[in-house]
Write a protein that binds this ligand. Structure first.
Ligand code: HEM
Length: 506
């Protein structure tokens, strides 16, 4: 926190607004959860103290619950409601495999993001894009890999312009945000748009903008949201800015589709806009709705990938001894096979390092966010029934630091998963970065497991491979790894820490 005054001011401001609001509400609303033990103070007034503790100490509260209630559930106060956390394989599996009609990912996300106001009603009403990402987008990760690789090289040339033998100090987070936004958008919308500074600035800022505005809207009583929500959210200005860039592309494709009388026409580009158009129906197949959807996919992709990558970059910069084995692996594979999706897929040490960094830091101390929507409540395999309207999560950070599952859990062992992979003859895929399991929730698990993880893993592996092959990196003054910032359930990499790059010497 100390290292980011803006974030601290924002969090304190938000806490103050919440405090005022909460003090004029006399009790936590929502379903009755008396049977679920509380971590933090209970009772209507003391629970507010728990809610404030949650803002900066959610990780510690989750860990306390994980230790006190193993393979069970507990609840914590989260500003204006209770959140039930579950631990243990069976309960996690119950959440991961539940049908959307019983435990809703979308309702929980739409409420958290106030999607209607921040990203648009279409995105709230018709979540068709996860299927597009799971199918067309993922199928094209290999076909479009040459573009992704080209953009990685070009963006490093532009943003990390090392000269001679000199070290160059760069801001780790901001630089990697640019690299990832450019690279992802090379895949999504292609050249030249993926290098347009205004388009990139918009896509870079949209995630933070949506999350902050959504929290403000969430503090309002429900009856005020329809009036004040649109005024607080920046949907209209974001849309105007995005339309300026995307209208020419989308409008031309809608015209070609109409002329051809079919969604397939000669010369159709192979990118996100086309994949979305292939699936969109009715109102979603319009200019405005498609632009909204491109923003939504960027929202889901850019900050998640950047936060994950910056954690990994800091781990690499703080661990010079990790570099040589990674370099040898990348060099051997690239010399033999060049740069392809398949060759990156064979970089098992890089893969293990990414998975281990996600285990250690992840981007959230909880995952599998769901809301019980099943009428009459939801019954877990252990017989516990929780009422409709309850919010659920799994204790990801604690699971990932459980010594029974991960020996020496607080030690970053970049090759932990590669060693496990090599020790097994079959089923080694279970230790790879894209594979989710009941022990590994960085991408969620089950019905709603992140559909973009195949793209993200190949992209992030290709970027770290490019770094170890071409640069030496270190932290200024041999400082230790920049500290994470834990805000509510988020685990953010340090926002302003610098990293030094120079051309690889040996
Ligand atoms: C390293 C980067 C990423 C991380 C750590 C990440 C993490 C996650 C997590 C934890 C979930 C929730 C899963 C659950 O509750 O079971 C999720 C869902 C989702 N992610 Fe990702 N994600 C990443 C990259 C991406 C990318 C690149 C895209 C798009 C191309 C994407 C699109 C989505 C979508 C659309 C969902 C919602 C799935 C649904 O509605 O079923 N993510 N992601």
């Amino acid at each position: 926190m100390d290292n980011n005054p803006d974030l601290k001011a924002l969090a304190l401001g938000a806490t103050g607004v919440a405090a005022l609001y909460l003090l004029i509400r006399n009790a936590f609303s929502g379903p009755k959860l008396n049977a679920v033990p509380v971590v933090g103070p209970s009772g209507s007034i003391p629970s507010y103290i728990g809610a404030f503790r949650y803002v900066f100490h959610a990780k510690e509260m989750f860990q306390e619950g994980y230790e006190r209630y193993p393979s069970a559930m507990f609840r914590v106060a989260v500003v204006d409601r209770w959140s039930v956390l579950v631990s243990g394989k069976q309960l996690v599996e119950d959440i991961a495999n539940a049908r959307e009609e019983d435990l809703s990912f979308h309702q929980s996300t739409n409420e958290f993001l106030q999607t209607r106001y921040t990203l648009g009603r279409g995105c709230e009403r018709d979540p068709y894009h996860p299927a597009v990402i799971r199918t067309s987008l993922t199928r094209n990760v290999g076909h479009r890999f040459p573009d992704v690789r080209d953009e990685i090289v070009q963006s490093f040339n532009d943003l990390v312009p090392v000269q001679g033998e000199d070290w160059l100090e760069i801001p780790g987070y901001d630089t990697m945000l640019q690299v990832i936004c450019r690279t992802s958008n090379r895949f999504f919308v292609g050249l030249p748009l993926c290098r347009d500074p205004d388009y990139l600035a918009l896509m870079n800022s949209v995630a933070m903008d949506v999350v902050v505005k959504a929290q403000l809207i969430n503090f309002l009583p429900a009856f005020l949201r329809p009036t004040l929500g649109p005024l607080i959210a920046s949907l209209n200005s974001n849309m105007r800015r995005a339309e300026k860039h995307l209208t020419p592309l989308v409008a031309e494709r809608l015209k070609k589709m109409e002329e051809a009388g079919s969604k397939d026409w000669p010369g159709k580009p192979n990118d996100l806009i086309s994949w979305l158009m292939d699936s969109a129906q009715g109102e979603e197949l319009t200019l405005n709705a498609l632009v909204q959807r491109v923003i939504f996919v960027n929202f889901a992709a850019i900050r998640t990938s950047t936060d994950t990558f910056v954690h990994l970059l800091f781990d690499l910069a703080a661990g010079p001894s990790f570099v040589q084995p990674l370099r040898e692996e990348v060099e051997t594979i690239v010399n033999e096979e060049g740069w392809t999706r398949a060759s990156v897929g064979k970089m098992f040490k890089i893969d293990s390092f990414l998975r281990e960094s996600q285990r250690m830091h992840g981007i959230g101390t909880q995952s599998l966010g769901r809301k019980i929507v099943k009428p009459g409540g939801f019954t877990f395999a252990d017989g516990t029934t929780l009422p409709t309207g309850t919010y659920l999560h799994a204790t990801t950070w604690s699971l990932h630091h459980d010594p029974e599952l991960y020996p020496d859990p607080h030690v970053l062992d970049p090759f932990r998963f590669d060693k496990l992979r090599q020790a097994e003859e079959v089923g080694a895929a279970k230790y790879q970065a894209v594979t989710t399991s009941l022990d590994y929730l960085a991408f969620g698990h089950g019905v709603h497991a992140c559909p973009g993880r195949h793209m993200a893993v190949i992209e992030l592996k290709a970027i770290i491979a490019h770094i170890v092959l071409n640069y030496d990196i270190k932290l200024p003054n041999n400082e230790g790894r920049p500290a994470n910032q834990y805000v509510a359930s988020a685990c953010l990499p340090h926002a302003t820490a610098k990293v030094l790059f120079r051309k690889r010497k040996s």
